[in-house]
Design a protein around this ligand. Structure first.
Ligand code: PMP
Length: 303
């Protein structure tokens, strides 16, 4: 992560080092925040933020799910994100909006705490490393279940990430790169911060949202791109043995982009090398974020 100079906070641009909150912040104690992760790409035509409005709309829906009275409209958040990228002269990198309860109460009901909003931008490379993108990563099915949709709304809130963090810590401690979480019923849900796809008999499969995975914007994009490319793409529950036996597996996410998976729990996938459909998904996604797909130029918001 490469810090930048200015952070947008509650409508103002302030110095990186001044963007601080109190140690009694409600969100620090109880995880009462909602957030987004967005990428900006340097293209031939300038710097473009990928599906910025879709991300800000998801932020708004996440805030609504937790009854947070977000004081900014989607239009204002879109404009603020672009402004923050421009003033920092960031040509490519990551955009992290967050809305959270700060000071005002230490009781569980957060409504008397001050709601704060920030957008932080910074330079950031491949989440799983360049080698991960190229050769694929090794994963482990977690012993922690994905938090059930009955326990949390399908929103991108900070508190529930402790579940993903437990799974990631366990996987990395055991020598793997990333965790795959199952539902409490034992079906595949997603990675700690990525959606998951499998390829079997030429079909592209991904778990449905009812299996507790995030409605990922990269997931939606890759489903669209592969379907347009003539692939059959199906939302279908997957069991762990279907993962072990899959021809190809890959993760999608803003941070992870399209990352091949070459191993699950010691089972080699596709001979341990990224397969042709994974490679195709990677190249179509790179074309989309680079502005090389005329039909999807509306996914790019130039700053
Ligand atoms: N699942 C989880 C748990 C995530 O945190 C993310 C990253 N936001 C994703 C999936 C991928 O979502 P997106 O493609 O919208 O980044």
């Amino acid at each position: 992560m490469e810090p930048t100079e200015l952070i947008w906070m509650d409508g103002e641009l302030i110095a990186w080092g001044d963007a601080q909150v109190h140690v009694l912040s409600h969100a620090l104690h109880y995880g009462t925040g909602v957030f987004e992760g967005i990428r900006a790409y340097r293209n031939e035509d300038g710097t473009a933020i990928f599906r910025l409005r879709d991300h800000m709309e998801r932020l708004r829906r996440s805030a609504d799910a937790y009854s947070m009275p977000l004081e900014w409209s989607v239009d204002e958040l879109v404009a603020a994100a672009k402004e923050t990228v421009v003033v920092n002269e960031l040509s490519s990198g990551y955009v992290r909006p967050i809305v959270f309860y700060e000071l005002g109460t230490i009781g569980l009901n957060p409504t008397r705490a001050r709601l704060r909003s920030a957008i932080i931008v910074f330079g950031w490379g491949a989440y799983m490393g360049e080698d991960g993108l190229r050769y694929g990563i090794r994963t482990k099915i977690s012993s922690w279940a994905r938090i059930s949709p009955q326990a949390f709304p399908a929103a991108k809130a900070t508190g529930p990430y402790i579940n993903a963090i437990l799974a990631n810590l366990e996987a990395v401690k055991a020598g793997y790169d990333e965790a795959i979480l199952l539902t409490t019923d034992g079906m595949v849900s997603e990675g700690s911060g990525e959606n998951l796809f499998a390829v079997a008999d030429g079909k592209v499969l991904t778990p449905p949202l009812t299996d507790g995975c995030l409605d990922g914007i990269t997931r939606q994009s890759v489903m669209t791109l592969l379907a347009e490319d003539g692939r059959e793409v199906v939302e279908e529950s997957l069991s762990p043995d279907e993962l072990y036996g899959a021809d190809e597996l890959f993760f999608t996410g803003t941070a992870a982009e399209v990352t091949p998976i070459r191993e699950v729990d010691g089972h080699s996938i596709g001979g341990g090398e990224p397969g042709p459909i994974t490679r195709r998904a990677q190249s179509l996604f790179q074309d989309a974020v680079s502005g090389r797909l005329p039909d999807h130029r509306d996914w790019l918001d130039y700053v």
